[in-house]
Design a protein around this ligand. Structure first.
Ligand SMILES: [Zn+2]
Length: 615
């Protein structure tokens, strides 16, 4: 039991949830954050305990079922448990609590598990109908969610139902699909019509919920409440490597935060890291020079907080320093904040509920402190895939790691880099293949040859121009979508097309160099210089395409005779109807099928097909 610091992330639960919709993030990641925050709309209900001053608060999403609450359950860790247990029940409760301690929460909450529990001897009073119901302790209720206590409604909850069956507790049907009674052979967890619920019977359960919540509120026994699974963030760590907590503990003034001009607090050097191994004590506590300070408020002897912060604290704001990493007047340069937020953030999906949630929270907290003017740190998020070897994750223990050095030595870093991009979709990764890199090697050699071709003096053919502009179009699109593998495929097609050319227009070469520059920067820069490019290719803009030049000027028309496909023709997009029909009729196969027949009707579907109805 340590005294530790928390960040109040729960204060931001609603905004963290709401703003997810505005983010261009993978849906799966947003969904994980949503579940992690875990919003439930319901009510808190306060039960009096018969013969005690203490009260038990529960949270429920179904206050409409309160007439069906036939017992209360406390988690074994519930703080009130010891004070309400009757003397004759103490021994059984104690040994039950001990046995629950060795089980994990997941085990305890598992639906399949046989329910266990013991009676405390105490009774709670239902605030709505004044029914006295027994208070049990059972480990299927955990203290980390909600209040650590539940009102059990066996007729409407599967786990309560099983528990009631196992311990012969009453089951009262309170929700019916049609307002009729259906008995207690199974539990019914949906909404419907309230039954056996006093003045509320016959009303829709949604309506009853509102009425009960209002009544609880009026009685001072609870009312409507929103609850989150999200907990406050425990940031204290008993470690040396971390950001010191800038707090002084003074016996006179209590907890005194350091002022801004006393920051940053630096870690001490005179420390033996192993001195507190195995203890729940930070190594910093053993450094006298660090720990013992004067209180900034009263000047008396005081001590620094000996803990450091969770490493996730640092990774929550490090991006703010990127625009000016040399700034020395504070954690980040306020004059460069206009570079932010981060347009596109790339990182592993494993960060979904920790780093990516903490960074969002810290950004909002800094905004509210007047330090930032944006709400979200990362506008677009992209998860990279994993590169495997022989289908398995690379690991040193498995001995299936690939050393880039060996391949860079043999093929160069550009080739290696391009192969990584080419081997699979960026967000899926791919399986490493020693031979696969040779394909990229050949491609880059062809690029090299292409860019060394003599400059052509002639005007490029229409087809050449079209291919160039189509390639620029698809490569731009693919790079923006981070589809590096398909971008490289398009460049391969482009290069292959020119493989038999003996010369090529200089602008074709320069455009090619600009397109490969983001993929193979060293080769691109070299070729840029070879071709008389100015300064650096990286000071150039990415090539732009002309839409009109990308469009194919021919189209394929299918030819049918009596609805059956008999051939197809390639014609100009501008062709007139009569000219089209003339060409179609000269198609060899069509001619055969038309031979000796009378054409009754000629149907032309523009851009698509011609159908002859014949007899
Ligand atoms: Zn003081």
């Amino acid at each position: 039991e340590l005294t530790q610091w928390f960040f109040k992330i729960t204060e931001y639960a609603e905004e963290l949830l709401e703003k997810l919709d505005s983010l261009d993030w993978p849906e799966k990641t947003k969904h994980m954050q949503k579940n992690w925050i875990g919003k439930s709309v319901g009510a808190n209900i306060i039960f009096n305990i018969k013969g005690f001053e203490d009260k038990i608060e529960v949270f429920t999403t179904r206050s409409d079922t309160i007439y069906g609450a036939t017992y209360l359950v406390l988690a074994p860790e519930h703080p009130l448990l010891n004070s309400i247990v009757l003397p004759e029940n103490i021994d059984t409760v104690k040994s039950y609590v001990e046995s629950a301690k060795v089980k994990t929460e997941i085990e305890r909450m598992s639906v399949d598990r046989t329910k266990t529990g013991v009676f405390t001897g105490a009774y709670a009073v239902n605030p709505i109908n004044k029914a006295e119901i027994p208070i049990w302790v059972a480990d299927y209720v955990v203290s980390s969610y909600g209040t650590g206590a539940i009102m059990a409604v066996p007729s409407g909850d599967e786990r309560d139902f099983e528990f009631a069956k196992a311990f012969n507790l009453p089951i009262i049907e309170v929700v019916s699909i049609d307002g009729k009674l259906h008995g207690n052979d199974e539990c019914f967890s949906n909404y419907g019509i309230s039954v056996n619920s006093g003045e509320y019977s016959g009303k829709s359960t949604e309506n009853v919920q509102q009425l009960i919540n209002a009544k609880l509120d009026e009685m001072g026994c609870g009312g409507a409440k929103i609850q989150y699974k999200l907990h406050d963030w425990l940031i204290s760590r008993q470690r040396y490597w971390g950001t010191p907590i800038p707090i002084i503990h003074c016996s006179v003034c209590g907890i005194v935060p350091l002022s801004i001009d006393e920051l940053p607090v630096l870690l001490p050097q005179d420390i033996k890291l192993s001195s507190t191994y195995g203890d729940e004590l930070s190594p910093l506590a053993t450094s006298d020079s660090y720990i013992n300070v004067k209180c900034p408020k009263c000047g008396e002897d005081a001590k620094r907080d000996a803990d450091t912060m969770d490493t996730f604290v640092c990774s929550s704001w490090y991006y703010l320093r990127y625009p000016n990493a040399h700034y020395d007047k504070g954690p980040f340069d306020p004059d460069r904040l206009n570079w932010l937020p981060v347009d596109c953030y790339i990182g592993g999906a494993e960060h979904a509920t920790m780093h990516l949630l903490y960074a969002r929270f810290i950004t909002k907290a800094l905004r509210d402190g007047g330090h930032l003017d944006f709400d979200e740190p990362f506008t677009k998020l992209y998860h990279q895939g994993t590169i495997t070897k022989d289908g398995a994750k690379m690991s040193k223990s498995r001995g299936n790691t690939v050393s880039p050095d060996e391949f860079i030595e043999k093929y160069g870093s550009d080739t290696f880099r391009a192969y990584l991009m080419f081997m699979g979709p960026f967000d899926e990764g791919g399986d490493w293949n020693d031979q696969g890199i040779t394909g990229i090697d050949r491609f880059l050699k062809k690029v090299w040859r292409f860019c060394q071709l003599p400059n052509s003096e002639e005007n490029p053919s229409k087809k050449d121009l079209q291919l160039l502009h189509q390639t620029i179009q698809s490569v731009s699109h693919d790079l923006e979508q981070m589809k590096f593998n398909t971008a490289i495929s398009r460049l391969m097609e482009f290069i292959n097309y020119f493989s038999t050319h003996e010369s090529v227009g200089r602008d074709f070469k320069l455009n090619m160099i600009k397109m490969i520059a983001p993929l193979t920067p060293h080769i691109a820069e070299e070729l840029w210089e070879n071709n008389g490019g100015e300064a650096s290719v990286f000071l150039e803009s990415f090539p732009e395409y002309e839409k009109s030049l990308t469009e194919e000027d021919t189209m394929t028309i299918a030819v049918q005779i009596n609805g059956k496909l008999r051939g197809s023709v390639e014609v100009s997009k501008q062709i007139e109807k009569d000219a089209l029909l003339a060409i179609v009729k000269k198609n060899e196969n069509v001619e055969v099928h038309l031979n000796g027949k009378d054409i009754i009707k000629e149907i032309v579907v523009p851009q698509r097909l011609v159908n002859f109805v014949v007899k």
